[in-house]
Design a protein around this ligand. Sequence first.
Ligand code: A3P
Length: 311
Amino acid sequence: MEELEDKVKQLGNSLPKESWVGAFPLILYQELWLPSRALKATILFQTQFEAYDTDIILASLPKTGTTWLKSLLYTIVNRNIYSDFTKHPLHTENAHKLVHHFEYTIYDNNSDGTQPNLAKLSPPRLFATHIPYLSLPKSIRSSKSRIIYVCRNPLDTFISSWHFYSQIDLYKGKGYELDHNMIEKHFGMFCEGKFPFGPYDDHVLGFWKESVQNPNKVLFLEYEGLKEDPKAHVKKMAEFAGYPFSEEEENKGIIDDIIKLCSLESLKEMEVNKKGNYFGYFENKNLFRKGQVGDWTNYLSPSLVKSFDQN
Ligand code: A3P
């Protein structure tokens, strides 16, 4: 395992680097701007993970609705085990602790580098990743495991990312002010694909193409669509995951209850999400901001957006 550590260190030294908002270190690995700390975990994920046909994987770029989708998927799939929503695990655990993230928790907490005992998780195993489709382990792509992908308007994704990473204080005492010059600089980086798990187009297109060619493999969702018609989307997710709602459940209003439990307002108010952190240094409370479609118009000038369009 020391050998792997050395290899990752050497690789890390040789790859191009950047800093995202909040001095968040990035490294260019396989044409993907990875958070530097995720390099080793990503390599382990790519080389060691064996998918089961029953696995369901939630894929996304950061800040596109991952927490929301994790909450919905977990609640849909486990609704017979946790049917009393007043005592639901979402009240006591952040969604990121209920749905395991490959490159941030599963292969990152694993300090001795051996494969974690994923076999202990009962099927269907729910996982999440920010890794693009073509960089996923072969066994995910070749198995019958299913992927639910969520994408979001790039401008709103950028603004959400800008706020979120501004709140990380990686270097103690060095908080970041949201000043306009910095937003321009980082918007330029975003357009060049230099942000966590960028570039944007490659990420979205990889999953989109697969969803068109193989609709049983990838369900492609849009954050904006979920906001507009959550009921239709929750039904679609449940069917795709193999847990469709019965007529009786629908009549009882279970879909509405799930939507309510997993709403931004509900999750934001849960004590577990007001304190604590996940993946080591991200604060739970920063996961829930406005959830507004088109929030970018409050921050980006038309000339900046034009520069995005020309990219
Ligand atoms: P904003 O910063 O635009 O408000 P991720 O979970 O991938 O990190 O995405 C975070 C974004 O999703 C944030 O967007 C956050 O407010 C929004 N969000 C979090 N929980 C949500 C929910 N239950 N419903 C809708 N949006 C949610």
